[in-house]
Design a protein around this ligand. Sequence first.
Ligand code: ZN
Length: 309
Amino acid sequence: MTHIRRMRCALRLALLAPAMLPVAGRDAFAQLKVVTSTTDLYDIARAVGGDKVRASHIGEGYEDPHFVQPKPSFILRLREADVWAYVGLDLEIGWMPLLLDGARNRKIAAGATGHVNVSTVIPVMDANQAVDRSQGDVHPLGNPHYWLDPSNARKIAELFRDRFSELDPGNAATYRSNATAWEGRLTAAEQGWAADLASLKGKPIVAWHTSWRYFAAYTGLRIVGFMEPKPGVPPSPAHLAGLVATMKQAGAKVIIMEPFYDRRTADKVARETGARVLVLPPSVGGAKGLDDYVTVMRNAVTTVAAAIR
Ligand SMILES: [Zn+2]
């Protein structure tokens, strides 16, 4: 091999190295670029990543997560990403394949360490049910709203800690301490709302969407009925008549719903049953002031507790 050929060869290897060896070739000062589908995953990713990651999200907290319309510009964001983290269970099925195909980024392609289907570490509710997608059910693989239970949020933080550490081992100690600190903040916040939480146990309520099943598992609230006959299917008059009867029988005094559903229909049921409608943003950025996960959960717990007491 001539001297020049050796140099060319070395140069080519050097050019290829960052792409071929993302871990060993990583600049210690470069931040991991993390893109998430939802604001809740984004908030937990930035808590665990701290200044070692640059995080962004595709959906907004005030949008129905089932009907996110991503901008084409997100293809460019995904093209440069080191990590793509999403809820899974087909929540992003309407747009994710298109964006990932467009991004052509093997670091975040299915099977890569940077491809993080968060649902894989979660005990998913309503899975293995015979669901007919043609009937409009938007939870064909199980209930994807698992972040509404803090025990699942902890699992999300630990998954991010592990994946970020795998991709960026030089900062593993930081990811570990950030995750521990975040879980500590969550635990401290939970102590602050413990009395409210205790007051919710066993109380009958109605929810619009089955998203609140995880919240009910956390709080001990007893959901006696849903405004939707199936997840994603708007209520019919017959369904609502049955729900009114159930609410009266069970003594349910509260209807909880996300801001993006039809408030007037909930108000109508509330008038017929003497119940109150509570609009609870389920995500970070879902309303003014709900700027992080802990605040979203505190708002949900304390709002329902104040109404039920
Ligand atoms: Zn849903």
